[in-house]
Ligand binder design. Structure first.
Ligand code: PEP
Length: 251
């Protein structure tokens, strides 16, 4: 296993305080033989509770978004990286396709959120990925170049060293239709080559994880790709046993 190995859960708008307690008890009990990095990204209101429950374990807590602003102020409904850190988070998802599609997050906003998270000591899990229409139109590399290019252009080398990149083809998220291991490896290698154009060292150290209908029964095959460093897991992260089984599949 490389240092890049990392599996994160994305609970989306799911869960309750009682689910956090049940899940954290079950996951910590199953974590002994998991050797990759592990994080669970939950709704903001549950971050403090999860971090408290995971204290003393090697499992990190994350949010699912972050404000572009760092300083306190009149930004109703927003949650800053400082607040996430205050609640015990060390990661946050940034630029998930659901936020890009439903809440109008542009590449520029994704860059601003990425930088704001890092400035607050939070590691952003930055999501990129094409829609089905874009895949069918054979524009996957163009789309990914644009999404990743914005992050590469907008961040310093030091900032880039703090990010985890998640390749999440939109057509595979929550659909039960995962990318094939070959498709995942091909795109991960492409993303790594784009990063290498900026810095060879960075391309070797940066974790690129795959997201899109990862389950215990397909994780091992997806993880076999040399450039696939782990997963961002949605639905299957809601249960500790399936999430732990996926993490255990990391070679
Ligand atoms: C996600 O929400 O980032 C995701 C990959 O979801 P799922 O695993 O359910 O496809």
């Amino acid at each position: 296993m490389t240092d890049r190995a990392f599996v994160a859960g994305n609970w989306k708008m799911n869960g309750s305080l009682s689910d956090i307690d049940t899940f954290s008890n079950a996951l910590t009990a199953r974590a002994a033989d998991i050797s990759c990095g592990l994080a669970v990204c939950v709704p903001f209101v549950y971050v403090a509770r999860l971090a408290e429950r995971l204290k003393g374990s090697d499992i990190a807590t994350g949010g699912q978004d972050v404000a572009t602003e760092i300083e306190p102020g009149a930004f109703t409904g927003e949650v800053s990286g400082t607040m996430l850190a205050d609640c015990g988070a060390t990661f946050t998802v940034v630029g998930h396709s659901e936020r890009r599609a439903m809440y109008g997050e542009t590449d520029d906003i994704v860059v601003a959120k990425t930088r704001a998270a890092i400035a607050c000591g939070i590691q952003p899990i930055v999501c990129v990925g094409e829609t089905l229409e874009e895949r069918e139109a054979d524009t996957v590399e163009t789309v990914l170049k644009r999404q990743l290019g914005a992050v590469l252009d907008g961040c310093s080398d030091e900032e880039l060293g703090r990010i985890v990149l998640a390749y999440e083809p939109v057509w595979a998220i929550g659909t039960g239709r995962s990318a094939t291991p070959e498709q995942a490896q091909e795109i991960h290698a492409f993303l790594r080559s784009q990063i290498a154009e900026r810095s060879d060292t960075l391309s070797r150290s940066l974790s690129i994880v795959y997201g899109g209908s990862v389950k215990p029964d397909n994780a091992e095959a997806i993880f076999a790709g040399d450039d696939v460093d782990g997963a961002l897991v949605g639905g299957a992260s809601l249960k500790a046993d399936s999430f732990a089984d996926i993490a255990r599949a990391m070679p």
